[in-house]
Design a binder for this molecule. Structure first.
Ligand code: GRF
Length: 200
């Protein structure tokens, strides 16, 4: 399987994928970002499909088609979102549905969305975590492949808690992608929609 990573941020999750020898053939970003620079420095093919290229305002479907075109051009089989700041629309799911995997810094279905870590803190939970899942059309939905809990400490702020979660993501996400590559299917064939989140 040819793997593409989709990025927008610092790229620490991408670094973990590369360090774990996940065979990332393409790194695609929706904006100039450190992650894209790290990919180029590592010798991985890069594509910038800038989301601000639309003069008349953001067109999610048109943008998603451009992303899918870039994935097609690189012969991508599996898409690993690694801190990607754009929700992909129907055209991307039409072509890559079921083959887009995401890591989210909360225990889904709790705390969906961009502010998952902040929202978990605000809710006063003592445990949060991360979730690796197949991406559905709705943000932070789709079959769960792996989850792991992370404690919230009394003096945590958003940055300290997010970093503690990312430490787990940097281990769990490569392991989950490796399992997908080893079995050749995104979902485990004997448990297509796991009722109990487990490490894939
Ligand atoms: C991760 O916490 C991921 O779950 C979230 O964005 C973060 C990416 O971190 N969607 P980085 O840019 O790779 O450091």
């Amino acid at each position: 399987m040819r793997v593409a990573a989709l990025v927008s941020g610092t790229g620490s999750i991408l670094d973990a994928l590369l360090a774990a020898d996940v065979p990332v053939e393409l790194v695609l970003a929706d904006r100039p970002c450190p992650a894209l620079e790290r990919a180029a420095a590592a010798g991985v093919a890069t594509e910038l499909v800038a989301r601000d290229r639309f003069d008349a305002g953001f067109d999610r479907d048109a943008y998603s088609s451009l992303v899918a075109d870039a994935l097609d051009a690189h012969g991508v089989d599996l898409v690993a979102m690694a801190g990607f700041g754009t929700i992909l629309g129907q055209p991307a799911h039409d072509r890559y549905g079921g083959r887009i995997v995401n890591t989210h810094p909360a225990l889904l279905p709790r705390f969906k969305g961009w502010h998952a870590v902040r929202d978990a803190l605000a809710a006063g939970v003592t445990t949060t975590g991360c979730t690796i899942h197949v991406a559905g059309l709705e943000v932070d939905t789709g079959p769960i492949l792996a989850q792991e809990e992370v404690p919230v400490l009394p003096d945590d702020d958003e940055a300290s808690l997010h970093e503690r979660i990312k430490v787990v993501e940097r281990r769990l996400y490569p392991a989950t992608l490796r399992a997908i590559l080893d079995r050749g299917t995104v979902l485990p064939p004997d448990d297509p929609v796991p009722s109990h989140p487990t490490t894939a």
